[in-house]
Write a new protein. Structure first.
Length: 225
């Protein structure tokens, strides 16, 4: 179980303030809220990219000791990959950095799984945002991490990319991963989530998928729209 206790990271009036929640293994939790409520900040604090002002992240009852690259797979909203490398080289480099098997067969399988084969040897700087998004998605899933943190993962993806993303998330869920997804796309979350968390500063409200509550109606009510 992933447990978040009192995570606080403030930037003036923005950021997150004493956010707490739990996510069980084999679940997908959507994190939604208007721009500026701290969705990205929260995910980055969990991943260890940002150091929170206060609070603690625990995994199966033990505080997480950072860096924790084996525990977390993080997909940023905006793709961040070496521009001078190709997708093939990027994947190979990250496999080696993580100490994972990095043979040609493994790399080819990943390129196929994440629909990267058609542009595997083009420089990253020449790729579209959608193509780069697939590269960063692949990097997040490397090594089947127990916790996946996906920040606006649908941005820039075409229909085939969206369907592939859903498949990869469902596979991770079936393997027992905890998946946290920040997204503005309620329809996407409704189709994949176990639960949805409305985030507004220090306030959180979680809705289970089986509750029968409309996410759109609840979003309008919760955020006063």
């Amino acid at each position: 179980m992933l447990k978040i206790e009192g995570i606080t990271k403030k930037y003036g009036q923005s950021g997150v303030d004493a956010v707490s929640f739990c996510a069980q293994e084999g679940t997908v939790t959507g994190i939604v809220g208007p721009n500026g409520v701290g969705k990205t900040t929260l995910l980055q604090c969990i991943a260890g990219i940002l150091e929170p002002d206060a609070g603690q992240v625990s995994w199966n009852g033990q505080p997480v000791v950072y860096p924790a690259g084996e525990l977390f797979g993080y997909m940023p909203e905006f793709p961040a990959v070496p521009r001078f490398l190709t997708p093939r080289q990027t994947i190979l480099y990250m496999l080696q950095m993580k100490g994972l098997p990095a043979g040609n067969e493994k790399v080819e399988a990943l390129l196929e799984t994440f629909q990267l084969s058609g542009f595997a040897d083009k420089k990253n700087r020449a790729l579209s945002q959608g193509m780069l998004k697939r590269v960063t998605m692949c990097l997040a899933f490397l090594g089947e991490p127990p916790v996946l943190l996906l920040d606006e993962p649908t941005n820039g993806l075409d229909t085939s990319g969206l369907l592939m993303l859903k498949d990869r998330i469902r596979e991770a869920q079936e393997c027992g991963a905890v998946v946290l997804i920040s997204s503005h796309v309620l329809d996407f979350l409704s189709s994949i989530n176990t639960q949805t968390m409305f985030l507004n500063g220090s306030e959180c409200r979680t809705i289970d998928r089986d509750s029968g509550i409309s996410l759109e109606e609840e979003y309008r009510k919760y955020f006063g729209l």
